[in-house]
Design a protein around this ligand. Sequence first.
Ligand SMILES: Nc1nc2c(ncn2[C@@H]2O[C@H](COP(=O)(O)OP(=O)(O)OP(=O)(O)O)[C@@H](O)[C@H]2O)c(=O)[nH]1
Ligand SMILES: [Mg+2]
Length: 278
Amino acid sequence: MSTTPSPPTTNACGTCALNNAANLRRLGVDPSGHDLVVALAGNPNTGKSTVFNALTGLRQHVGNWAGKTVDRAEGGFEYHERRYKLVDLPGTYSLLSTSEDEDIARDFLVFGRPDVTAVVVDATRLERDLNLVLQILQITTRVVVAVNLVDEARRHGITVDFRHLSRELGVPAVGMAARRGTGIEDLLDALERVALSPDSFDGRRVVHRNRRLERAVSHLAERITQHVPGVTNPRWVALRLLEGDPALERAVAEGRLRDLVADPAGPRSETVPEEPDA
Ligand SMILES: Nc1nc2c(ncn2[C@@H]2O[C@H](COP(=O)(O)OP(=O)(O)OP(=O)(O)O)[C@@H](O)[C@H]2O)c(=O)[nH]1
Ligand SMILES: [Mg+2]
């Protein structure tokens, strides 16, 4: 497990999103001129745009997602002399591919493989919002949970135990009141830690209580890993294939699965963290 971050350059960092530039461009995001790529995800109305503005100021560009009518904002910021590209994903309650917004957010996380994803959640609706966090953790464990609206929560007598939340999820959870700019520094620090030392975190993966489903997912995930060494999220791919996800089925049929889901640096040093049986 590496705890000493090395500067991320395209040549030195095998797992950085920049090595995935072709896929990023296909998704309509040009990462050139940046060292790291950060996605901003979250349920609608949790303060994503407020966080986005607090991080990027006026340095942002607004357009559409490639071939879609859905708005896309991207911008940049610098932190500790590294240039981060920030991509605002559409607000969604899930990633189950039941709407164009969900497709866009999901495809960006799976195929764009950002270095880190900040998931903005509403401190007054944590239970609802953690559903999306758990779904995202199935795809990538390079996650920071930005618990926004803590000022609003306080007014309702709600306090959040961030250390406990972070321990339970296996990734950093930081408190924010983005409208006042509170918590931005903590967010930046957590984004940097996850982006530079992703292997230091052990994001929670859901294990299915249905044994037959769990067996099928594990079996298929193993086959996928054999077929595509370096695949970053074999359990997620397995689950989607079992569900009959047309995009992934097409990728398998056309032999493109490797291009979409594999790490260019080859197999990662860690295995997918598993939970004990519930
Ligand atoms: N009290 C309080 N209000 C906030 C905070 N952050 C955002 N808001 C307010 O919450 C509302 C929604 O914020 P947005 O930033 O537009 O949320 P969003 O997630 O981008 O919303 P959609 O793009 O519509 O999904 C706005 O009225 C913000 O001013 C905060 O930290 N505290
Ligand atoms: Mg918004």
